[in-house]
Design a protein around this ligand. Structure first.
Ligand code: NI
Length: 150
């Protein structure tokens, strides 16, 4: 793979050019995606984002890696014992819980965003317990890097 230097510097060091072959239709669809993301990102920046995403996804899945997680849940606060259970899980894992934001959605439903920081397996385990609590209607965990991987 040939490459040349000289596009300037970015956060990760000097930029290196390389060429990529892909089917024309795939490239057209990619360019359309770049267009929908707006003017702030060009094709190169989108490729860099995708590469970082793949690296972060792989590294954060490894047990032993320190990760950040944002867990979003929607629940009915009238559900029996639900608030107590959610509260107890969070207090029992206070070393992992960085912050919790609670939003009252309507008369019944609440949204919570729980930010976690810790070892990958533990973050997944606590998140699964919270998501598995009876009365939690919807939610999901997004795992990302603490910053050291990008
Ligand atoms: Ni509420």
């Amino acid at each position: 793979m040939g490459h040349s230097h000289g596009e300037g510097r970015a956060d990760g060091g000097e930029l290196v050019r390389f060429s990529v072959a892909m089917p024309e239709e795939l490239l057209m669809r990619f360019d359309a995606l770049v267009g929908r993301r707006g003017v702030a990102k060009n094709r190169s920046e989108m490729v860099r984002d995708l590469v970082r995403e793949a690296l972060v996804e792989e590294e954060t899945a490894l047990p032993g890696t320190e990760v950040m997680g944002t867990l979003t849940i929607v629940f009915d606060h009238h559900a029996t014992d639900l608030q107590d259970t959610l509260h107890s899980i969070q207090h029992a894992n206070l070393g992992l819980i960085v912050s919790t934001t609670h939003v009252h959605l309507d008369e019944r439903n609440c949204l919570e965003v729980i930010i976690l920081r810790g070892e990958s397996f533990e973050v997944h385990e606590v998140s699964d317990r919270i998501l598995g609590t009876k009365g939690v209607k919807n939610g999901g965990l997004v795992v990302t890097t603490t910053g050291v991987m990008i």
